[in-house]
Structures are given as structure tokens and as C-alpha cells.
Design a protein around this ligand. Structure first.
Ligand SMILES: *Cc1c(COP(=O)(O)O)cnc(C)c1O
Length: 396
């Protein structure tokens, strides 16, 4: 079946009792067992819940994996993946991996002697040079947040497999509609379903999809043991979101292309980062490993004052963290999502004080562009001033 058909039907057969076409929300913590020692496959809802199973089956199908597991958040999903490791194991990660992943490793899992190397994975030579005898896993994000640099998934998978390490790809920014890392050799995919997969900014959740049954079994054991499961109502919401994933992603991308092309022509904008633009240094890699370019764009206005002027004057684009919703969300990485990254490190990874990130929604593109034009006019005025104010920081 095609992607859209699977998104609507996989794991979601009509209810055998009533024929309900929407999978019921099994809001129960336990199940009556028919007789002592006789089970229908349902004992306790942390272990198994039919609403969750429906979502997990659908996600596995969409990513082309063997097993899907749904978690209480993207971070819970990522923590479950890292729980497959043991003390002394080493992980190679993309240098500008999601901030929460960085915090989990540096502030929590460091106490369990999980060793890390954060490297620029855009160049496979860096990945290759980072393996140690203890490396068990590489964890990449492509494209990265917020400046959308890419990592060659197949190249990374080959390097990992030569050394018996697992490749995990955080596919949150692309969703399985545009990018399916398992088909390129990755062993596991993780998602924050909070973002494009649910798509309506009304649920926090996460998922892992595995290429093999063995990895799926191990993660299922971790899921039921650690217990960070996604609640039935959220499973239902995410399934509802999935049904329109294909049409949403098409529209997100169409709008993002229009916005990116408009920004690229605007005199107030120094640089636009979007893999769909021919000017993106990895445009060809983007074309070769994904079906589309996604709904995220970042651009540099040259100074904190200019970025602040733009953000303060927008009316339609909402100033907020998060991404992937139907509504356009705009953010200032240096003072919001990346505020805990030290300023020198921010500079090194390309997050300047003038950088603005947009998660382009599915509104009418003309309305978004009109709103941004108002902000860009304000930015131009502020940029001409001599303010050298820097973005505020905060701690990990
Ligand atoms: C949001 C996000 C996460 C974390 O997911 P939560 O649902 O917020 O826990 C992980 N990776 C990426 C790329 C994200 O954008």
C-alpha cells in the first residue's frame, strides 16, 4: 500500500465489536482475565494497550520497520534507546543534536558512565575518526536544528556496521513522509511525535521504530520495565494526526519553499538555511536521501537587535519553542532552544545572535509572507542602528 493509505489504515482495522472506524481509546489500567492462568493477551496497561498497539503498528509500517514503540515524550523514547547501552559504552553524536538529548547525556547518563563524542557528522571522516573500541552506537540528526545541516545516512550506517555499532537517526524534522532512514541502513529511528507526526501542537509524545525484531523486543522490555508509555488518549491523538501527515507535509514544504525563496531575496536577510534551496551546500545530498526538504527554515538577520525587532513585530507567526504544528511557530535559537549552549560553542555551530528559525505552518503562504515582511522592515531599521546587544543565556 502507499504511504497515505498506510497512515490511515495500518494497525487501525475497524473495531471487531462495534465496527467503529476510529480506534477506541482503551482508557483502562487493567483487564479481567477469563480464568486463572488464562490470558487473552492483555494483563495490565503499562505492558499492553490496544490503542497504543494500533499507533505502534502504524508507525512501524510508515518507517518501514519491524517494531514501533510509543513513549511519553521524544526524550523518553531517546532515553529508552540509550538504556540499551551499558556502563563504559561510547556513543558518537551529531555535534548540534537536539538540546534535550545533549542534556540527558551530559547531565543524567554521564553518572552511568555512558561516554560521548559530539562531532561534526556532516563530514563522514569525523565520524570514522571518532570510533573507539567501546563505540556501540552513533546517534545522528539530519537535518539538524536549527541550521539544517545534513548527514549522509547511508554512509554513516556503513561505517557503523563495519564496526558492529548501531545507527540511530532522530527523524523528527522530516517525518517518515519525507525521509525513511531504515531504508538507508539505519538500525533505529526515533521521533518526537510532539512535532510533525502529531502535527497539531496538542500532545507530547515520542516513538522508536526498529529495523529488527530483536532490537524491538529489547526496547519493548525497556518500555514496560521503565514505564514511560504514551497514554491512550495521546496515542489516539497521534493516530489522528498521522492520517493527514502526507497532505500536511506537502503543504508545509510548499509554504516553506515560498518563504525561503522570499527571504533569500530580501535585503534585510544575510543568509537563508533551507536544504531545498540550490544555495544550500548539501542540496544534492538532501535530494538523494530524502523525498522532500521539510518545513523548517532558518535565516540570519545579522544582529540580536534585528532579530528582536522582527520577532517583536510579528502578528501571525507565533513566537514559541517547538515545531511541526499546523500553525507557524517562530523562534530565536540563541536565547530560546540553545540558550544553555555557551556563546562560543553557539558561534562554532553557526547559531548567531541574529539567527531566527521558522517552523512554517500550513496557513496561506501569502499571509505568512505579509506578516514576515512587516517584521523584516522592522529588522532592517533595527539592523541599521549600532546596537551591539547580545542574546541572553541560561544554564543547562
Ligand atoms: C522536540 C525534539 C525532541 C524531544 O522531544 P519531546 O517530545 O519534546 O520530548 C527530540 N529531538 C528533536 C529533533 C526534537 O525536535
Amino acid at each position: 500500500m502507499g504511504f497515505s493509505t498506510d497512515a490511515i489504515h495500518a494497525g487501525q482495522e475497524p473495531d471487531p465489536v462495534t465496527g467503529a472506524v476510529s480506534v477506541p481509546i482503551y482508557q483502562t489500567s487493567t483487564y479481567q482475565i477469563p480464568a486463572l492462568g488464562v490470558y487473552k493477551g492483555f494483563d495490565y496497561a503499562r505492558t499492553v494497550n490496544p490503542t497504543r498497539t494500533a499507533l505502534e503498528t502504524c508507525l512501524a509500517r510508515l518507517e518501514g520497520g519491524k517494531r514501533g514503540l510509543a513513549f511519553a515524550s521524544g526524550m523518553a523514547a531517546i532515553n529508552a534507546v540509550f538504556s540499551m547501552l551499558k556502563a563504559g559504552d561510547h556513543i558518537i553524536l551529531s555535534r548540534n543534536v537536539y538540546g534535550g538529548t545533549f542534556r540527558l547525556l551530559k547531565g543524567v547518563l554521564n553518572s552511568f558512565s555512558i561516554e560521548t563524542s559530539f562531532v561534526d557528522t556532516t563530514d563522514l571522516a569525523n565520524v570514522k575518526a571518532s570510533f573507539t573500541p567501546a563505540t556501540r552506537m552513533a546517534f545522528i540528526e539530519t537535518p539538524t536544528n536549527p541550521i539544517l545541516t545534513l548527514t549522509d545516512i547511508r554512509g554513516c550506517a556503513d561505517l557503523c556496521h563495519e564496526r558492529k555499532a548501531l545507527l540511530v537517526v532522530d527523524n523528527t524534522f522530516m517525518s517518515p513522509y519525507w525521509q525513511r532512514p531504515l531504508a538507508l541502513g539505519a538500525d533505529m529511528v526515533v521521533h518526537s511525535t510532539t512535532k510533525f507526526i502529531n502535527g497539531h501542537s496538542d500532545s507530547v509524545g515520542g516513538a522508536v521504530i526498529t529495523a529488527t525484531e530483536e532490537a524491538g523486543e529489547r526496547l519493548y522490555f525497556i518500555q514496560k520495565s521503565a514505564g514511560a508509555i504514551l497514554a491512550p488518549f495521546d496515542c489516539w491523538l497521534v493516530m489522528r494526526g498521522l492520517k493527514t501527515l502526507a497532505v500536511r507535509m506537502e503543504r508545509h514544504e510548499e509554504n516553506t519553499r515560498k518563504v525561503a525563496e522570499h527571504l533569500e531575496k530580501h535585503p534585510a536577510v544575510r543568509k537563508v538555511h533551507y536544504p531545498g534551496l540550490a544555495s544550500h551546500p548539501q542540496h544534492e545530498l538532501a535530494r538523494s536521501q530524502a523525498g522532500g526538504f521539510g518545513g523548517m527554515v532558518a535565516f540570519d538577520l545579522g544582529s540580536y537587535a534585528a532579530a528582536k525587532a522582527l520577532l517583536d513585530s510579528l502578528k501571525l507567526c507565533l513566537l514559541a519553542e517547538s515545531l511541526g504544528g499546523v500553525e507557524t511557530l517562530i523562534s530565536h535559537p540563541a536565547s530560546m532552544t540553545h540558550a544553555s549552549v555557551p556563546p562560543e560553542e553557539r558561534k562554532r555551530i553557526g547559531i548567531s545572535d541574529g539567527l531566527v528559525r521558522i517552523s512554517v505552518g500550513i496557513e496561506d503562504a501569502e499571509d505568512l509572507i505579509a506578516d514576515l515582511d512587516g517584521g523584516l522592515a522592522a529588522a532592517e531599521k533595527a539592523g541599521a542602528s549600532t546596537s551591539t546587544e547580545a542574546a541572553p543565556s541560561r544554564s543547562l
